[in-house]
Design a protein around this ligand. Sequence first.
Ligand SMILES: NC(=O)c1ccc[n+]([C@@H]2O[C@H](COP(=O)([O-])OP(=O)(O)OC[C@H]3O[C@@H](n4cnc5c(N)ncnc54)[C@H](OP(=O)(O)O)[C@@H]3O)[C@@H](O)[C@H]2O)c1
Length: 345
Amino acid sequence: MSTPQTYRKLQAIAIGSDFRNVTKVTEHSFDELIKSLGPKNILVKNIHLGINASDVNYTNAKYTPGIVPPFDVGFEGIGSVVAVGSEVTNQKVGNFVVYTLFGSFSEYVQVPAETAIPVPAPNPEFVALQTAGITSSLALTFSGRMTTNETVLVTAAAGGAGQIAVQLAKLAGNHVIGTCSSDEKVAMLKGMGCDRVINYKKEDFAQVLKKEYPRGMDIVIECVGGEFFQTCLNNLAVCGRLVVLGSVSSYTGEGGLAGDNVNTLQLLAGSKTVCGFYLPAYFPHVPAHMMNMYKLMAEGTLKVHVEDKGYVGLEQIADAVEYLHSGKSMGKIVVTLPEDNKSKI
Ligand SMILES: NC(=O)c1ccc[n+]([C@@H]2O[C@H](COP(=O)([O-])OP(=O)(O)OC[C@H]3O[C@@H](n4cnc5c(N)ncnc54)[C@H](OP(=O)(O)O)[C@@H]3O)[C@@H](O)[C@H]2O)c1
């Protein structure tokens, strides 16, 4: 490869959930990056970066309390391997890899070789299966204890994580309900096999559940929080499992990332469960679930929707994050880095 003198990355320069105002593109020595390449690491030149609802929680230090700016941000990416550490045997220069790593929003990143997954092409669909997709797969299995012939509700169903939860629950033979906020999203979810889509801007979410599903939900994959969480809890079936994936409605509000209260008596009488899910606790199970999703995607059984908004360059990451939090995004949002890695300023 032609060696650049410098490379650029996006860093948090202050703590807060206003992603645009607390982040900045900074320039660094490429020579130092190469010299610091760990023996078990590979150097990846990023092609697509995945945007996640929680990017704003990370800049707001919610996952790493006490972290001091400046620090690197971003959770995942896909790119080509441009250098390998002295002890790396399972990767080679020229491979395309997808990976999860705090600090991915950079033109180049060092990634532990054993965590980078080789992929045949740098397609953004692979990025969509990283944080968001794998979370849905693991949460349904371990926290939702998914079987078959049950009723599964997914909130923010047309989002990055939701689209995968809906389809995996359907593929397992369940009746699947999804919530979303527009007719376009309704059409997308119906196309993905969702049995009942509730556009909560047009229909009363709580009333629909009460009227059409009096027995309640067996599994809920809950992404929104606040009123959504309470409605889901109020409509949990006997032995139902409500899995808290996140509370996206709170992330950009004052204070950010807020939880919800549970009255334990609401659980006791119905043998109900409310549990949290956080991906890092399940890392050992990632490879098997990832391989399953790759297989389903290759067969065409699992559709992965990546919304093409044409975001290019590190400077447009803030636009992409704000778009995700506008409530309009459908499926996964990615930002593409230009081939010459000179993002526009
Ligand atoms: N625990 C973990 O390890 C883990 C890992 C990954 C993701 N997650 C969580 O999974 C959820 C989805 O994440 P994602 O990255 O895939 O994002 P996403 O679902 O693509 O987020 C965007 C969607 O969230 C909904 N939304 C946004 N603001 C909202 C609001 N104020 N009220 C109601 N809905 C709102 C909107 O869809 P509607 O049309 O439905 O309103 C929007 O399109 C998040 O809660 C995230 O934190 C958790």
